[in-house]
Design a protein around this ligand. Sequence first.
Ligand SMILES: Cc1ncc(COP(=O)(O)O)c(C=O)c1O
Length: 413
Amino acid sequence: MERLQSCPPLAIRSGHDGWLIDESGRRYFDAISSWWVNILGHTNQRITAAIIEQANRLSHVMLGGCTHEPAVRLAERLAARTNHQLGHVFFASDGSSAVEIALKQCFHAKAIQGQGSKTLFACLRNSYHGETIGALSVTDVPLFQNAYRALLTDTLIVESPDSRDGNEDAALKALSNLLDERGNEIAALVIEPRVQCGGGMSMHSPEYLRKVRQMTRQHDVYLIADEIAVGCGRTGTFFAWEQVSKTDWPDIVLLSKGITGGNLPLSVVLSSEEIFQCFLSDDFTKGFLHSHSYTGNPLACAAANAVLDHFDEGLTDAIAQQAQYLSQAFDRFNGDSRVSPVRQCGMILAFEVNNSGNNFAERFHMQGRAHELLIRPIGNTVYLIPPYVLNQELAEFLANAVDQCLDKVLSGC
Ligand SMILES: Cc1ncc(COP(=O)(O)O)c(C=O)c1O
């Protein structure tokens, strides 16, 4: 709250496509899709229409003992996108809840299978999976964890395959050692496929993930792919995992953020047949128990179905073209001594700023505002996660604005 003096909140009145308009009529391009959720920009007409239509029929009914068409349709469409390898869908309302559900499912399924010793989880160095107690326990960002350490459960942290260090082999070796030594205590490994977003946009190859999948299978450890940030087309394919394999899926995949295009809170946990079968019993102690009041809210499911309509009509082709525009526009930063080489995975682009000085993220953010940009670096990492509304001109606008912000911030303005 103290920082609000130097960085007052932007009072936003409206939004259209990539742009946000504040109360005084100034505009800002939302270069980070409002924490990576507004993948189709703001006030997408088709999603709005789907929500209104659904609101006129049914706004909410509890999913305990009831069901409804938008949830069933959404579950079937998502399952089909995994070739029905992950054919069971559990609904929740936000990313952290989805992580909690996945952790509980893995632990409980292992216990039912007679592997009650598997009480631990593993995650990658610098991973971010949310900030409720369970999700924060499998996060490795000290800023968010330090004050709450005493509340968190023990988690095994394994080295990350951070593209900036080119150390995928070392990361695989570390994982192999961990699984050899403690695999019989680990219920699941949770990862963010292709890009560790909250930890600073570090990227890794599909090949790394392919080997992780093999190793977790060998050690009978479940693999949770947290696609809350990287799913819904962000890395170029609907699921980031499609770049790894279309037939050999993780045991669980999570989606949230972009699934409703930033219109309503929703998350989904897609689970394998094996996990589902563990809980299929008359015995209540074997049932998977987890309830949220707004689970599978019909309005949110209707919004998500409208987002999937865009993908059914070829949105990933448009994303590929827009990623190209972004790459061409930011090519000017390669070889620029102010910054590290630019890295990109689909519609995620990032670089580090050299000699960035104190309080860089906030100073850069404030310069962004002055250059019609909503942008929030993580430490000295400047990243763009724009909505899928780019054309060549907008990509150039983004590169110019970032360039000018860098000039200003590094010259001490
Ligand atoms: C990979 C990942 N997992 C989980 C979460 C938590 O989602 P939420 O903020 O909706 O709780 C986030 C949020 O940024 C995320 O990036």
